[in-house]
Design a protein around this ligand. Structure first.
Ligand code: PRX
Length: 677
């Protein structure tokens, strides 16, 4: 059901793209910053000379091995890489224990700040005891090496402990974002055949407790047509003290299990290619993909990138990445990267505007945060709220600012630097994906002269290019598709249980090249500009959503005959979900007046929230009589995007019935159809 011609342009207007590519501002590093920077200009050359050896050096320096590796990269099973395969190690030991052994036990690992204002600072020594206890508690519940554990939690200290406890046992975790629905959780539990779910009674969101455990109960309850759940136990963190339904024998309180557990636990020493985690992400088809990451290569790259891209000085910096652990950014740059590097970081449970719109800046002042890593959508939201809000706080501790998740427009970049960074801090715009595991393209602070809006250059040891339809590299100034041309240590090792889909999704578009799914351009200097997805994946507030998945959710509702979903440009969230639906015959006239249309829209939005989660709710649902299709029956989303973005409809000559667009546009101008949230 996809438009056959992926456009290499972003979904937005090309006029703004032209402006973007004529961006000439450049911000060279200050001599003071460059003099103290971790990153060194010579690394690019060093890595180019012998890429595997460059990574082997990082692996030896940044990771502690139980058994040192002697093999670096084995690409003979391409596209499944093996890095450092004969080495053994443990991820939790690397993240926690070795720092304690090195005399750093008293250093704060996490400054936790709950949304209601409760706080807790936990040192590396305390974290070690908690993780060991949790690992013993999980083992007592029968979890052993190789078992999959689903984690469905708010952002709490316990969430980090839970992930590390799994890693300590060699039991791959699969974190499911707390904003996903019971149905989404159910399919992820089933796909991974998880035996344990770790959850909480609830969490705090926008000043009120919200429940989590009921979704778990629903996700593992017997359902006709489904096979029996693989889950044997549910471990429940008490956070909000809400009443929870309890299944004796199955449900266990986290605090009780930990109290009973010993503080000594011998880590499971696993091979470098042992699975560390599975993280589900939206792809171009309806079913989310379980992206599989393994241990040695992943840890090497996240430690290297965290240290060099953010210029981390663990003795003095206070680092804060605002991502939730439900996303890959939370895995690589809240949990593994910072902890491997012995960083002190802030962990904040809530939203930026609770209880007031200065909460983030207040936290930066309070903890003297020196490195901030966040998403463009958050920056644009703060821009909207006005610069007088951050202006009320002392942000002078900040020295590096990072951006991730979507293209950052130059205006937002400049605002970030001027208002938050006092026109002084380097900004690193970091391009990467769930699949890449770690940062791939980014300026290096202290080395690169930064350009607002461009992620610029592949990191040392990373090989990327922009190619045309025939896989030829485009010349400087040209546009095409972003590809990765050499294996990298943190690359995904496949899609859980579906090797064919892995090959098909990433390696079939261009022979021997990893297809990232992003459009990109090279400017006259050869710097890379990311232009957004070229497939059916949308990016809403830096979160990946699949058009097909939302379409499947919509057509699973009784009244919907057909649905097409597009990501329309949105000033704040990057893209917004807009759905076009055809109602089934007997319901067709339910949307014929404004009230009926509003009702249909609400019903369908709630349905999507139930099927996938509130984050996937379409902003707008337009009831239409027809959808624009090519003669071979493919929906032309490009034309629907034009409609959703209020543009003149583009070339419609390949439509089977060219009058369809007139019909849709006419229908949309009727006030009943276009109800916005
Ligand atoms: O389209 C790119 C966009 O986010 C996609 C990856 O999404 P996800 O796997 O959820 O990971 C997000 C956090 C790493 C990419 O294919 N993206 C991510 N970072 C950037 C970006 N687009 C432009 N610039 C970025 N810095």
């Amino acid at each position: 059901m996809t438009d056959t011609q992926p456009s290499t342009e972003p979904s937005g207007s090309t006029a703004s793209l032209e402006n973007l590519l004529h961006e000439t501002r450049s911000f060279p590093p200050s001599p003071e910053f460059a003099a103290q920077a971790n990153a060194q200009p010579g690394s690019y050359e060093e890595a180019r000379a012998n890429r595997p050896e460059f990574w082997a050096k990082q692996a030896r320096e940044l990771v502690t091995w139980k058994t040192p590796f002697t093999e670096t990269l084995d690409w003979s099973g391409a596209p499944v890489a093996r890095w450092f395969a004969d080495g053994t190690l443990n991820a939790a030991y690397n993240a926690v224990d070795r720092h304690v052994e090195n005399g750093l036990g008293d250093r704060v690992a996490l400054h936790f700040e709950g949304e209601p204002g409760d706080t807790r600072s936990i040192t590396y020594a305390e974290l070690q005891r908690e993780v060991a206890r949790a690992a013993n508690a999980l083992a007592a519940l029968g979890v052993t090496v190789g078992d999959r554990v689903v984690i469905y939690l708010p952002l709490l200290v316990e969430s980090v402990v839970a992930m590390l406890a799994c890693a300590r046992l060699g039991a791959p975790h699969s974190v499911v974002f707390g904003g996903f629905s019971a149905d989404a959780l159910r399919s992820r539990i089933a796909d991974a055949e998880a035996t344990l779910v770790i959850t909480a009674d609830g969490g705090y969101r926008r000043g009120a407790p919200s429940a989590l455990k009921p979704a778990v109960d629903e996700a593992i309850a017997p359902r006709e047509g489904d096979s029996e759940t693989t889950v044997r136990h549910v471990l429940v963190v008490r956070r909000t003290e809400q009443e929870v339904a309890w299944t004796e024998g199955r449900d266990v309180w986290w605090h009780e299990a930990l109290e009973a557990a010993d503080t000594f636990h011998e880590p499971a020493w696993v091979e470098a290619e042992h699975p560390l985690f599975i993280l589900y992400t939206s792809g171009t088809t309806g079913k989310p993909k379980g992206i599989l990451h393994t241990t040695g290569g992943y840890l090497t790259q996240v430690a290297y990138t965290h240290k060099n891209v953010f210029d981390l000085k663990p003795e003095t910096d206070v680092y804060w990445c605002t991502a939730d652990i439900g996303w890959v950014t939370g895995h690589s740059y809240v949990v593994y990267g910072p902890l491997l590097n012995g960083a002190t970081q802030v962990l904040y449970e809530g939203t930026p505007d609770t209880p007031h719109r200065g909460r983030w800046w207040e936290l930066i002042e309070k903890y003297k945060v020196s490195i901030l890593y966040t998403a463009p959508t958050a920056i644009r939201t703060c821009m909207k709220w006005g610069e007088d809000i951050p202006g009320q706080f002392d942000l002078s501790s900040l020295r590096v600012l990072g951006s991730v998740g979507e293209p950052i427009n130059p205006e937002a970049w400049m605002w970030y630097r001027r208002v938050i960074g006092a026109d002084r801090t380097p900004i690193v715009d970091t391009w990467w994906q769930t699949e890449t595991g770690g940062i791939m393209i980014s300026p290096l602070p202290g080395v690169t002269a930064a350009k607002p809006g461009s992620a610029q250059v592949p990191l040392p040891g990373i090989a990327a290019d922009v190619v045309d339809d025939e896989a030829n590299p485009v010349p400087d100034g040209g546009g095409g598709y972003l590809v990765l041309t050499e294996p990298w240590p943190a690359m995904l090792r496949g899609i859980w249980g579906d090797l064919e889909r892995y090959k098909e999704t990433y390696w079939s578009r261009f022979e021997g090249l990893y297809f990232a799914g992003d459009g990109a351009k090279k400017d006259e200097d050869g710097d890379i500009w990311l232009l957004g997805r070229v497939d059916d994946v949308m990016n809403v507030s830096g979160h990946r959503l699949s058009t097909t998945e939302i379409e499947s959710a919509l057509v699973s509702h009784d009244i919907v005959a057909e649905a097409a979903v597009v990501g329309a440009n949105d000033e704040t969230t990057g893209q917004a979900v807009v759905a076009f639906v055809i109602l089934r015959g007997e319901h067709a006239n339910r949307a014929s007046d404004a009230e009926g249309a509003a009702q249909v829209q609400e019903e369908l939005r709630s349905h999507v929230a139930k099927e996938i989660g509130p984050i996937a709710k379409p902003r707008k649902i337009l009831v239409v009589a027809e959808l624009p299709k090519t003669r071979s029956g493919k929906i032309m989303r490009r034309l629907l995007r034009d409609v959703a973005e209020n543009r003149a409809v583009g070339d419609a000559t390949t439509l089977a019935d060219s009058s369809v667009m007139d019909l849709i546009s006419a229908g949309l101008n009727a006030p009943s159809a276009a109800n916005e949230d």
